[in-house]
Ligand binder design. Structure first.
Ligand code: ADP
Ligand code: MG
Length: 465
């Protein structure tokens, strides 16, 4: 587990406790497919992981599975990392596309089919492969012989009781016929005892399958190339802004919307302050900026807020793809992985997503600049155009009543940059200049018309990048 990308407590030794397990039937003889839930007590709060395993007679292990062998529980038996083994991939797909229940110790896993289109295809020949690249979960891609479109099934590695918002929001948007999400195919949920005594048992999401768009890169890579090559991204950013506004509108239509109450403001102020205190303690240069950052937060708490609604919650260029013939498609509605699940499903400020994407443009520019310091001006301009275009696209679709730029957006962007400063100082110190520069710029831009005596904010306030 410590060597896996999805293991959250990097560099620490897991301290595992068995929670539950279930077997899914497989037609291959001598093969057993078991999924285990284990709680890692080595972290606070404890995290429960989903770990699918396949046991095979050692003599029958195909050589392609060599890199995914976990070990030998007894002589003659080999244990394999499940998602890479076709026996597991097939069993998971069957559970999703044709429903069914898998029973086990302390648990059951149940498949729910949204679209029956894949049931027959899945029963026929298919190929499966695990998605490579940075991922906090594990996704398996399926291709079919006939004309059924490919499917991607995401297996949640950290599991929580309650419906995962990734499924909840995608299914609702699919049903509302939004063109901006992949069609839902089905999901798996399970019952298991909660590892903490406060909540004895419950149902939670285990996997989610949706339509897969093959050969489409996520927008982070596309934007990175565009920024490095000096290619225009304004049109794409405008359309992305419009698609974002569309999705927000659909979410506001399908899920409850409510006015922000004083407790919401208090909660946000507390979250901002908590994050800022951590950042100031860990990132030396931020000490001097603290007062100015707090002034931006204060202004945001003073203005009117738009109504709260369901949002994406972890919005950046790695979560969107530009699909030829279809336009922008949003992925991964799971929310910010480090926030507790009950917080992630609460109505929130749609501007939080806007702020997330704006920070993502700045990150593209910042990372190109790290590699090519001589192109600082060009990438700054690239990001400024992406930013302006995204905001215009959003405003265009959301209607004129929505104010975007203003103290609230400033504060949300600033808070995001403060979070990034903590993250980079812990794991990628060479990148910390990106959020630090952004914090400086955001403070300068947000400074009200009358600068304190001697301050040189007049020129910086016009630099919108
Ligand atoms: N339906 C899809 N079609 C095409 N690519 C996808 C699809 N779903 C995910 N991907 C690719 O896989 C990556 C990771 O997916 P994501 O759902 O964000 O997983 P995680 O929860 O692990 O972050 C995305 O950035 C995208 O490149
Ligand atoms: Mg993601």
């Amino acid at each position: 587990m410590p060597r896996q990308r999805w293991y959250a407590a990097k560099g620490r030794r897991p301290h595992l406790r068995y929670v539950a397990s279930w077997d899914v039937p497989t037609s291959e003889s001598g093969v057993r497919v078991r999924t285990v839930l284990v709680t890692d007590d080595g972290t606070l709060p404890a995290v429960t992981y989903q770990v699918p395993l396949v046991a095979r007679a050692t003599a029958s292990v195909p050589s392609a599975l060599g890199p995914h062998v976990i070990g030998h529980p007894d002589p003659g038996t080999t244990l394999i990392d499940g998602p890479h083994d076709p026996a597991y991939a097939t069993a998971l797909l069957a559970l999703v596309t044709s429903g069914g229940v898998a029973h086990g110790r302390h648990t059951t896993a149940t498949g729910h089919t949204v679209s029956s289109a894949h049931a027959t295809a899945a029963a026929d020949a298919h190929t499966s492969s695990v998605l490579t690249g940075e991922q906090s979960n594990t996704s398996i891609r399926y291709g079919f012989d006939g004309d059924a479109s490919p499917v991607i099934c995401k297996l949640y590695r950290q599991v929580h009781h309650g419906r995962n918002p990734d499924i909840e929001l995608n299914v609702a948007l699919s049903e509302a016929r939004s063109p901006h999400v992949p069609r839902a195919v089905g999901w798996v949920e399970g019952d298991w005892p909660d590892p903490t005594p406060s909540d004895p048992a419950g149902t939670g999401s285990l996997a989610f399958a949706q339509q897969y768009f093959p050969d489409v890169e996520d927008a982070w890579r596309v934007a990175l190339r565009a920024a490095a090559g000096g290619d225009d991204f304004g049109g794409a950013a405008f359309d992305l802004g419009a698609a974002t506004a569309d999705v927000h509108r659909s979410l506001a239509h399908v899920f409850p919307v409510r006015e922000a109450a004083p407790v919401d403001r208090a909660a946000l102020r507390e979250a901002w302050q908590r994050r800022l205190s951590t950042a100031v303690a860990e990132v030396g240069p931020l000490g001097q900026a603290r007062r100015a950052i707090e002034a931006v937060y204060d202004r945001a708490l003073d203005v009117d807020w738009p109504a709260l609604q369901r949002i994406h919650g972890d919005y950046h260029l790695g979560q969107v793809i530009l699909v030829p013939g279809r336009g922008w498609v949003l992925l991964d509605f799971e929310g910010e992985p480090l926030r507790p699940m009950p917080e992630r499903v609460r109505p929130d400020l749609a501007l939080r997503d806007v702020a997330g994407m704006l920070r993502s443009f700045d990150y593209v520019a910042g990372s190109v600049r790290l590699d090519h310091p001589d192109r600082a001006n060009a990438v700054r301009e690239w990001a400024a155009i992406a930013r302006r275009s995204f905001l215009s696209g959003y405003a265009d679709r959301a209607g004129t009543r929505t104010t975007l730029a203003g103290p609230l957006l400033d504060a949300l962007e600033l808070d995001k940059a403060v979070y990034e400063a903590i993250y980079e100082s812990r794991s990628r110190p060479a990148w910390i200049v990106i959020p630090l520069r952004a914090i400086e710029r955001l403070i300068a831009d947000a400074t009200p018309d009358l600068p304190p005596e001697g301050a040189q904010s007049a020129s910086s306030s016009s630099a919108s990048s």
